[in-house]
Design a protein. Structure first.
Length: 302
């Protein structure tokens, strides 16, 4: 029996069509990704933005020429979401790009909706030329843990059970491993935590809808949720995470950096090939295995 997809593709696309303009979170993450690109001293003639939304090009306006990018192609799952220029409507989990054609692949706020993230990363790596670069940013970690917690508590209290409402997110500790599994060299995964305040939990949920980031889980509840659940969740959220008349919402942004393998890249040294002893570097006395270390001087803490 085929495994049920985590996300319903039609719902993801419908949610994204509701977005009328770039939102503050996309703008912030796109700007940060563009800054990372400027930090890399390389030229990338052909670049691909997969899972694109309008607005990335303005953040890359300075980064693109500075990195020698002459061709930028945007892949989006909806014709209404692409920016002017070279673009294509395609399922970003099935990239319609031949192997070894891209110098730089970028993605902003899209990969957290991938049903098969490892498979998507493998496809991206195959599209890259040798020594090509992947730069991606997506929601992960403990994003919206406050909302998840308060909705669950309210639903248990009123309905006696929990239904899936907030997507599961990739943990930072697993992100680097995903790059390695996909065949990327020199993989790096890091994370930014962005804390945002809203007037109320209702305002947060309205903003998530405007961002196209509402529930698209295949196993989500299909019937209407009683208003009392949301009212109670609003009370719990305000009590637990309210401050000075506003509530806090946490967004963890995971960044992936990986290179398509190339013979010119740095490689780890073979065990036993070091020419300098660690003891010399630390300016200390070397001890062989089994030797008892000298006791450390005691220090009295006031």
């Amino acid at each position: 029996m085929a495994e049920t997809a985590l996300f319903e593709g039609a719902s993801v696309r419908r949610n994204r069509r509701r977005v009328s303009a770039p939102n503050f979170m996309f703008d912030e993450v796109a700007a940060r990704l563009a800054d990372r690109l400027l930090d890399i001293q390389r030229k990338f003639p052909v670049a691909l933005d997969f899972g694109g939304r309008p607005g990335l090009d303005k953040h890359l306006a300075d980064a693109l020429p500075a990195r020698g990018i002459t061709t930028l192609c945007t892949l989006s799952d909806s014709a209404e979401r692409v920016s002017p220029g070279l673009c294509a409507v395609a399922d970003t989990e099935t990239l319609p790009v031949a192997n070894g054609q891209i110098d730089l692949a970028m993605s902003v706020m899209a990969l957290h909706w991938a049903n098969d993230l490892p498979g998507t990363l493998v496809q991206v790596r195959r599209t890259l030329k040798p020594d090509g670069l992947l730069l991606a940013a997506f929601l992960g970690g403990e994003t919206l843990f406050e909302l998840r917690e308060c909705l669950a508590a309210a639903e248990v209290e009123i309905s006696g059970g929990i239904s899936p409402r907030v997507s599961p997110f990739v943990d930072l500790r697993d992100a680097g491993g995903l790059l390695q599994r996909a065949g990327f060299a020199l993989p790096v995964a890091d994370q930014d935590r962005i804390a945002v305040t809203y007037e109320s939990p209702v305002a947060l949920m309205h903003d998530l809808r405007a961002m196209g980031e509402t529930n698209a889980l295949t196993q989500r509840r299909r019937s209407f949720t009683p208003r009392t659940v949301f009212a109670r969740a609003n009370e719990i959220y305000t009590e637990k995470y309210g401050d000075d008349g506003r509530i806090r919402a946490t967004f963890d942004v995971v960044y992936l950096t990986g290179w398509a393998p190339h013979e010119s890249q740095q490689k780890p040294m073979r065990p036993g090939s070091a020419t300098t002893r660690l003891a010399e570097a630390l300016d200390t006395e070397e001890q062989t295995t089994g030797d008892k270390a000298a006791p450390l001087p005691s220090k009295k803490i006031p």
